[in-house]
Design a protein around this ligand. Structure first.
Ligand code: ATP
Ligand code: MG
Length: 448
């Protein structure tokens, strides 16, 4: 049994033995770091083995307990079924008015939350209701459509009340406005700290982004704090009227005050700042370290580009924007069929552009382009256009190979048309370290 499945087994054993529990208590009992326990709890939630109760901070329980209710009928099952059915009908009637938390249903039906939770999970087994894992709101099954990004698909969240968590923040500036959301620099009114707050329309895509961020904990990945669903804020009245019913997901993250790699490249291209090769190697090795960690967690980023690579207050690289993150394989370890052309075209690998099956090597291709851009000054947009298609076909501008002979060998491999010919992130990192230490020793023997 792998170490991961051993930990997951231990978590389930604790829940079976002690009943519902939170990550901290489980971590203490099985003597594993709380963050690791949390990561596994979310894995177990994804594979339908545990669920989050309505209690906060999150309290977890085994889903099998809910199944037992259905699978081991008591002798008085017959009348029970009739009672269940009428209770189910009451629950359904309530849910028809909108998505609700189990505790609200319990209050309306004058039942305990535990009873209603059991009821809801039994109904979930029958495919009649579903639970939104982010908001803990229950909705009727036909109100949820898998891939849709429309607001109807998020009906389970539309009951979020205005005046929610988002109002604890004061907006300082807008940092970015993408197709699917907005990122703000904000100040928390209570703790006084500055954060980045990403506001995205609540869809399955947003759900994947937040789940991936919550699972990842690494110095080279943007640090996730928390998330919550809520109505729009900081939008003009006119815009607000146009999107009045949309529910958003707010993702609170560390604020990366060093800006993006795009700013860094721009600064160098404008010759505002001089960059040494040692600095470039250091940054690139942090990028590859972050990517290696993402891949080790069975994920693919799928949108690596300078806009999505940030620098923290400590100057360290922080990979962000997990809006296109995806699992490497399905639960059986088989390849996943993917939508074509998701990503940012200039940085997209050839297979991401035109194939339905691809793996983590798709992230290596843009890393080759990024490394090149960090090394080579591109002065004009025209020059960039001409150079880019050559580069994507492993052709470097004159002089690049002479000036950066070792780097060009790496980059050439990373830009291989066939993913199999590209190295893994962990191999690039290993080779880079060997290369760096040589380079550093030559350049500056005192620097490690
Ligand atoms: P998507 O690509 O998922 O549709 P997006 O590109 O709009 O979304 P992000 O890339 O997450 O969203 O953020 C947009 C911009 O906001 C970034 O390019 C960066 O300039 C800024 N930004 C994002 N997160 C942070 C952060 N944690 N700290 C500082 N700035 C950030
Ligand atoms: Mg982005």
């Amino acid at each position: 049994m792998s170490e991961d499945s051993e930990i997951e087994k231990q978590i389930c054993d604790v829940l079976r033995r002690n009943g519902k529990s939170n990550a901290l208590k489980i971590a203490k009992e099985i003597k594993v770091d709380k963050r690791i326990v949390n990561k596994h709890l979310y894995n177990l939630e994804r594979s339908n083995q545990v669920f989050k109760t309505d209690e906060l901070p999150p309290v977890w329980d085994l889903l099998e307990k809910m199944k037992e209710i259905k699978q081991t009928p008591k002798p008085e099952q017959k009348p029970q079924t009739t009672r269940d059915t009428s209770e189910e009908k009451h629950v359904e009637d309530l849910l028809r008015t909108g998505a609700l938390k189990a505790s609200h249903i319990a209050r309306d039906l004058r039942q305990s939350t535990q009873t209603i939770n059991k009821q809801l999970y039994t109904m979930m087994q029958k495919g009649r209701v579903q639970k939104c894992s982010i908001s803990n709101l229950w909705s009727l099954n036909d109100e949820w459509t898998e891939e849709s990004s429309s607001q109807e698909s998020d009906s389970c969240l539309q009951v979020s009340k205005p005046g929610s968590h988002s109002e604890l923040f004061e907006m300082i500036t807008e940092l970015g406005d993408g197709g699917y959301g907005c990122v703000y620099k904000v100040k928390h009114k209570i703790d006084g700290k500055v954060y980045a707050l990403k506001k995205v329309i609540l869809t399955r895509k947003a759900d994947s982004e937040v789940k991936a961020l919550a699972q990842l904990d690494h110095p080279n990945i943007v640090r996730y704090i928390t998330s919550w669903p809520g109505p729009d804020i900081w939008t003009s009245n006119q815009q607000r009227n146009q999107v009045s019913t949309t529910t958003y997901l707010f993702i609170q993250m560390e604020f990366c005050e060093g800006g993006t790699l795009t700013d860094w490249i721009q600064g160098r291209n404008d010759l505002k700042k001089y960059r040494t090769t040692a600095e470039i190697h250091k940054i690139f090795s942090e990028i590859i370290t972050g990517v290696e960690y993402i891949h080790a967690n069975n994920l693919i980023h799928r949108d690596l580009k300078p806009d999505n690579i940030l620098f923290g207050a400590d100057g360290k690289v922080k990979i962000g924007d997990f809006g296109l993150v995806a699992a490497q394989t399905d639960q059986n370890g088989d390849p996943i069929e993917r939508s074509k052309r998701k990503g940012t075209p200039p940085y997209m690998s050839p297979e991401q552009e035109n194939k339905k099956n691809y793996d983590e090597k798709t992230d290596i291709f843009p890393l080759g382009l990024i490394w090149f851009e960090m090394l080579w000054k591109i002065s004009t947009g025209m020059e960039r256009v001409k150079l880019w298609s050559d580069l994507r076909n492993q052709r470097f501008p004159e002089g690049f190979g002479d000036e950066y002979s070792a780097e060009s060998t790496f980059i050439m491999k990373m830009l291989s048309y066939s993913p199999e010919d590209r190295p893994h992130a962990k191999d690039i990192k290993r080779d880079l370290q060997t290369f760096f230490s040589l380079e550093q020793d030559l350049l500056n023997p005192k620097t490690v």
